[in-house]
Ligand binder design. Structure first.
Ligand code: ARG
Length: 276
């Protein structure tokens, strides 16, 4: 019998997709002539927010800004650990202004925001495990930003190289199941082929019991999931992965964000966690 998993209530920051669109192409998922159903996108996003609230999580939101169609992807605009906020510097000029609006939200909420000097895309590439930050590079966040993050947070930062353009952010290839540092439940899920050979070895050494995902799960945005330690908010098409997680005692909560996949984003991309 798998052990019973323990949920910890989270505080999430999100941004309503009022101005969501696919207007430029900065990853292989984006095709500006593809049709985006904006009403369906709104409905799907609302279902994510209700799923979070139903499961006991707090959800705060940033006011969306016209002309910033990717602003719904809240995960990219900061990473917050122990009440310290590292803001973002986007790779794509089209997204640079988003950081300004998130920074002001944090300032109004009483946080100081540290602005990185190198390209740094928040939780898209910097993933808190409860022990250290796993940090992606290769497509977006620069290695220099990993050093800045280590200096700023005072937690070890482990650099991992991404090699497949479909998995351009670390949070499209890996997520944390349980971030309790003092527990042997501390574990992750990842898709090995998204990483360089050396980074795969690093992950295998750090997480010998990790749950591994298939390419189909990864292409279905199954690695762009959010876990609260017990419930895993996951794309419904990632069926193999959902079964594996259930076998490990987690409870998959399917939430379909298919309209956002057209921009290269899913559940985690729409969700920033504020760890105070
Ligand atoms: N269109 C956005 C981009 O390419 C999607 C961001 C998805 N966010 C994420 N955390 N992976 O930047």
């Amino acid at each position: 019998m798998p052990e019973s998993r323990v949920q910890r209530p989270r505080r999430f920051l999100v941004c309503e997709p009022r101005h969501f669109a696919v207007q430029y192409a900065i990853n292989p998922w984006m095709h500006p002539d593809a049709h985006v159903d904006v009403d369906l996108a709104q409905e799907q996003w609302q279902s994510l927010i209700s799923a979070y609230r139903t499961h006991g999580h707090t959800v705060d939101s940033v006011e969306p800004v016209p002309g910033l169609p990717d602003m719904v992807f809240a995960a990219n605009s900061a990473v917050v650990v122990g009440g310290r906020v590292l803001g973002s510097l986007f790779h794509a000029p089209e997204r640079r202004l988003e950081a300004v609006h998130y920074d002001s939200w944090f300032k109004t909420a009483g946080y100081d925001v540290h602005r990185p000097e190198a390209v740094c895309e928040g939780e898209g590439d910097l993933v808190w495990t409860g022990r250290y930050l796993l940090a992606g590079t290769g497509f977006r966040t620069a290695r220099d930003a990993h050093r800045e993050a280590q200096e700023f947070f005072g937690h070890p930062v482990i650099s991992l190289t991404l090699v497949d353009p479909y998995f351009y952010h670390l949070d499209t290839a890996l997520f944390v199941l349980d971030d309790r540092d003092d527990s042997n439940a501390n574990n992750i899920v990842y898709y090995p082929e998204a990483f360089s050979a050396g980074s795969r070895e690093v992950l295998a050494r750090l997480y010998p019991d990790a749950v591994l995902a298939t390419r189909d799960d990864a292409m279905a945005f199954g690695l762009n999931s959010v876990s609260d330690g017990r419930h895993v908010f996951i794309a419904p098409a990632a069926e193999v992965l959902a079964d594996r997680l259930a076998g490990h005692g987690y409870v998959p909560v399917p939430v379909d964000l298919s309209e956002f996949h057209k921009a290269g984003g899913g559940i985690k991309c729409c969700t920033q966690e504020i760890r105070s």
